[in-house]
Ligand binder design. Sequence first.
Ligand code: MTE
Length: 298
Amino acid sequence: MKRVFNSTITCEQDFRNRRKIITGALSAAVAVACSSHALADTSDVVEPLEPTPLETINSYNNYYEFGYAKSDPSDADKTLITSPWTVEIAGEGADKKGLYDLADIYGEFAIESHVRRFRCVEAWATVIPWNGIPLSKLIASAQPNSRAKYVRFITANNATQMPNADWAGGPYTEGLTIAEAMNPLALLAAGIYDEPLEQQTGAPIRLVLPWKYGFKYAKSIVRIELVEQMPKTTWWQQNPREYGFYANVSPSHDHPRWSQKSERVIGEYGRQRTQFYNGYENEVAHLYGALSDRQYFY
Ligand code: MTE
């Protein structure tokens, strides 16, 4: 199937409006500008990707800090204070460290729209029209030095604002190699369908890594570190036999307890075949070694 990678088609007006909308939307309701063609224009695929309805995206979630059932995060009281919000840039690999107001970050970079497949390690899938900024731009602004080999993401962990904050014994953390973080597919998302993220989808800032399993998409990020050593990540620490650092999607590397050959599309009947790197092989396979190398696929 022919696919075209396209990350930059956004009309000037779209960009200006989105930036204003998403920044303002951190505290206010959202109006959509140029949205009639926003989704189509910025998709990376020629094959039609039918986005999952927003109500489904917002009500079928994994966010254990708000409970373990899929409906718990959306049912939970909206207790997480997401504005104002700061993100700290730190680590020995960052020459320019700092504590930044999220509104300033969103004001600095163009908000882009990208329709991406989403694949959870539990073998369910959705298609999500994200709004966000390329992770590479924020990393570049931290002026990485030669010690920046990995990026570590630390998320909010507030016992007074999250009913199940301590489920993992500390903040949910994730990690990428610096090359992965600089890949154009990696986004820091602010919204979905030109609406700001909800608490349950990781407001006000979360990772989007379409070629990886969903547990890599750390939600409600408060700190980003450029580091020399591969960081230990939450699920890897919880269960190292089942979850690793890379977690790239593969139909050929089954989870120890279930098959990854096919996936259930949320809101539809039946299953579809899983694709290598969730269909983004052309964009990311060069980052890894042999396709058979299991370390990249769990
Ligand atoms: N981030 C935090 N902080 N806490 C979590 O429990 N769950 C992860 C990921 N990010 C999680 C998280 C998992 S397992 C998945 S599949 C995705 O978020 C789910 O994202 P969604 O609820 O928006 O579909």
